[in-house]
Write a protein that binds this ligand. Structure first.
Ligand code: S3P
Length: 446
């Protein structure tokens, strides 16, 4: 894909059966756990996006042998731990990559320096450094723990840590550090977040104890990793990423006459809040062929053009769809009435400030959006009996999901929509443009 802009134009119906790319969260974790483990790990279905490739390079820098054997097929020879990297670790655009790797690296008496692209260098790392420092790791970095920063680990103490924000990345960093902490670790989640680290640690042979406990009328998830867990290499089959499947599926819902099926989508309930919400909006979304693959439920999802209605999204659903609000906002633009999204302040510290950029992008396309500090309301146009105008140039600030969301909008709007910096789509969905074109979507260079 060139670094020129991309444009999507309204055209005919979208039709076809496609596969979602491998799940980004599981792909990062398979590389990191493979490198921490002893012996051989083989991975199939790995997402070969820029973010995961940066993690693969990082694992080689920490001493693992990492080899690509074919499309999505990788072999990692772990040495049962990390050795000191000879140079700076560049995690590119990947918050998941750098935060999980810092957690893993903290378990060893080595010094490592991390950096990333402009977006990653602006993102808060204090949320991970704070618990790691309580365990005994030391670090030096820029103001508020921004990258580049240097971390020194080893001889960690155990920790019981209540997450101050709903973040699977922070939980995972503590658990990975906990593999080498005296007394193990316990993470307490006031809101359950994606549990791929827990599941994959078990697949690599670790004992992870998970219990929901009620206190003061509220349920807290306790995740305990007892001391002395050893990881052994294994086989990981990465299922399709629901966060990526969201784009062709929403396109199918909003482009008249469409029918789009995405096969092999992971259905872990801590990831599928978008599909629940779309069903509540009246979407014709059908899940078939449910099956288990590598400890995760997967299924095929078919989306047919639907008349959607606006809804109030329960704030407690946010952790199960935090990356999907930009594309939900696009679906909401085509719905009948307002869609209210609250409790999503975490969106402001993603690859970009996604509340601000979603609101600005939709407004540039003629959609009414009210922005709040921790939420937004999108006023759908269908009830007014007029379609979304489109026609905007959307500034993505290098955010892949902002780019893909607005390109989907352009397929159903009155006028074409252009986005800048489309090269960043390759961080999570390298085949996006070809896949959408294969369905009949009019995507061209701008
Ligand atoms: C991820 C967790 C989420 C999500 C990110 C992937 C993960 O981030 O936004 O894309 O793989 O653990 P937070 O943990 O910051 O919510």
């Amino acid at each position: 894909m060139s670094s020129a802009g991309l444009k999507s134009a309204p055209g005919g119906a979208l039709r076809g059966i496609v596969r979602a790319p491998g799940d980004k969260s599981m792909s990062h974790r398979s590389m990191i756990l493979g490198a921490l483990a002893t012996g051989t790990t083989t991975v199939e279905g790995l997402l070969e996006g820029d973010d995961v490739l940066a993690t693969a390079r990082a694992m080689a820098a920490f001493g693992a042998r990492v080899e690509r054997e074919g499309v999505g097929r990788w072999r990692i020879e772990g040495q049962g731990g990390f050795s000191e990297p000879a140079d700076v670790i560049d995690c590119g655009n990947a918050g998941t990559g750098v935060r999980l790797i810092m957690g893993a690296a903290a378990g060893f008496a080595i010094c490592s320096t991390f950096t990333g692209d402009q977006s990653l260098r602006g993102r808060p790392m204090g949320r991970v450094l704070e618990p790691l420092a309580r365990m005994g790791a030391t670090w030096m970095g820029r103001d508020k723990g921004r990258l580049p920063l240097t971390l020194k680990g080893g001889a960690l103490r155990g920790l019981t840590y209540t997450l101050p924000m709903a973040s699977a990345q922070v939980k995972s960093a503590v658990l990975l550090a906990g593999l080498h902490a005296e007394g193990g670790v316990e993470v307490i989640e006031p809101e359950a977040t994606r549990d791929h680290t827990e599941r994959m640690l078990r697949a690599f042979g670790a004992e992870v104890l998970v219990e929901d406990r009620v206190a003061g009328g509220k349920t807290f998830r306790h995740i305990r990793l007892p001391e002395g867990q050893k990881l052994t290499g294994t086989h990981v089959a990465v299922p399709g990423d629901p966060s990526s499947a969201a784009f062709p599926l929403v396109a199918g819902l909003i482009v008249p006459g469409s029918e789009v099926t995405v096969e092999g989508v992971m259905l872990n309930e801590l990831r599928t809040g978008l599909f629940t919400t779309l069903l509540e909006m009246g979407a014709d979304l059908v899940i078939s062929n449910r099956r288990m693959a590598s400890g995760e439920e997967v299924g095929d999802i078919t989306a047919r053009y639907s008349r959607l209605k606006g809804v109030v999204v329960p704030p407690e659903r946010a952790p199960a769809m935090i990356d999907e609000y930009p594309i939900l906002a696009v679906a909401a633009a085509f719905a009948d009435g307002p869609t209210v999204m609250r409790g999503i302040g975490e969106m402001r510290v993603k690859e970009s400030d996604r509340i601000a950029l979603t609101a600005a992008g939709l407004q540039a396309c003629g959609v009414t959006v009210e922005e709040e500090p921790e939420g937004m309301t999108v006023v759908g146009t269908q009830g007014g009996n007029h379609p979304v105008r489109g026609g905007g140039l959307v500034h993505t600030h290098g955010d892949h999901r902002i780019a893909m969301s607005h390109l989907v909008l352009g397929l159903a709007a009155e006028q074409a929509v252009a986005v800048d910096e489309p090269g960043m789509i390759a961080t999570s969905f390298p085949g996006f443009v070809d896949l959408m074109r294969g369905l009949g979507g009019g995507l061209t260079e701008a």
